[in-house]
Design a binder for this molecule. Structure first.
Ligand SMILES: *[C@@H]1O[C@H](CO)[C@@H](O)[C@H](O)[C@H]1NC(C)=O
Ligand SMILES: *[C@@H]1O[C@H](CO)[C@@H](O)[C@H](O)[C@H]1NC(C)=O
Ligand SMILES: *[C@@H]1O[C@H](CO)[C@@H](O)[C@H](O)[C@H]1NC(C)=O
Length: 319
């Protein structure tokens, strides 16, 4: 009997190393690495470096078992392609840069095009956009600026109004039902955006309409309904206009962010979903040395939460 237990232990350990999983997702990679886009630093942040990534996005991904590599702006297409082939997913964070001409937009487009092409060839590479990253996805898919002005959504926490088919979505389909209930009934999702995508903006644009399924909406203080979560019908492309990473990692007292037990679990559920998608990707760095050199661990975040205007407790800066 003791032998049998030992044997099955060995089998389980061995199996885990090969990526077997008790869940039904066809996971193949238990060491996913996510790229996060940097963007130009402005205002008070500019004195620390030319580009930055808020540390909350990094901690959010790490909390779900991923490691992170920063994706710097203005690399060559060959360098971005090499990163794409080494990473298991990409996250477009929020911020404030141009959706078409910025370094952020250019690197986002390269990863988006590579991810779609890879999917068509049987290679799964998930793309996630948060807030401005969500808006960037609408620009990438439609090739246009289709957004509405949404001034009534700076500093708001909303409950989500789910659309009928959210339960069959990939994004929410496996989220535990008590967390979905909290999302639908409590003001847990923090909104800090001046632009938004209305359901009509989607209906008006055939490319968007055919590409995405709307999973939830919200209504801003001026009565304008906007899309708050969406996923691509065919591709592993996901967008949320709200900020799942803020609940657990941003604490500015002037920010309308919910830090309750329920909010914490929502944040973790969204991170878990995206990283479960990334575990389906088998990309890897050519060598352990190149992997180590690329990881965010090579950088030290700066405490930026100690100024009146800082929206982020900590940021990573790059030259
Ligand atoms: C998007 O929606 C807003 C608000 O309804 C509207 O003003 C704007 O013209 C729309 N833009 C497009 C391209 O559909
Ligand atoms: C925070 O968000 C909630 C929900 O939208 C809103 O009722 C409240 O007024 C906001 N608080 C502030 C100070 O803006
Ligand atoms: C944002 O909300 C927070 C708390 O909910 C509040 O203290 C702060 O004054 C609000 N800021 C603005 C600009 O409305």
């Amino acid at each position: 009997m003791a032998n049998l237990v030992l044997l099955s232990l060995i089998f389980v350990t061995f199996g885990a190393g090969q990526g077997f999983s008790v869940r039904d997702a066809p996971e193949v990679n238990d060491r996913p690495i996510i790229g996060v886009l940097a963007q130009a630093a402005y205002g008070a942040k500019a004195k620390f470096g030319k580009t930055y990534i808020p540390a909350s996005y990094i901690k959010y991904l790490e909390s779900a078992g991923a490691r992170v590599v920063p994706i710097r702006v203005d690399l060559s297409t060959a360098e971005y392609t090499k990163l794409f082939n080494s990473l298991n997913g990409v996250l477009y964070p929020g911020g404030a840069v141009d959706m078409f001409t910025s370094g952020y937009a250019k690197s986002a487009k390269i990863f988006y095009d590579l991810a779609l092409k890879a999917f068509d060839q049987g290679d799964y590479f998930p793309v996630w956009g948060t807030c401005m990253g969500f808006e960037e996805l609408t620009a990438l898919t439609s090739g246009r600026d289709v957004l509405a002005n949404c001034k009534g959504t700076e500093n708001r926490s909303y409950k989500l109004n789910f659309t009928p088919d959210y339960m069959s979505s990939r994004m929410y389909g496996k989220v535990p039902v008590d967390i979905l209930t909290d999302l639908a009934t409590l003001p847990l999702t923090s909104n800090f955006h001046q632009y938004c995508l209305t359901p009509q903006n989607v209906t008006n644009n055939a490319k968007l309409k055919n590409f995405y399924k709307i999973l939830s909406t919200n209504t801003d203080d001026n009565g304008l309904e906007f899309v708050s979560s969406m996923e691509a019908v065919k591709y592993p492309v996901y967008g949320v206009q709200w900020h799942p990473e803020k609940n657990n990692f941003e604490f500015g007292s002037f920010l309308n962010i919910t830090h309750s037990d329920a909010a914490t679990r929502v944040s973790q559920a969204m991170a878990n979903f995206f990283i479960s998608e990334a575990r389906r990707s088998q990309h890897e760095f050519p060598s352990p040395e190149e992997e180590r050199a690329a990881l965010i661990y090579n950088y030290t975040p700066v405490y930026t939460g100690n100024t009146d205007t800082a929206h982020f407790e900590q940021c990573y800066f790059f030259d």
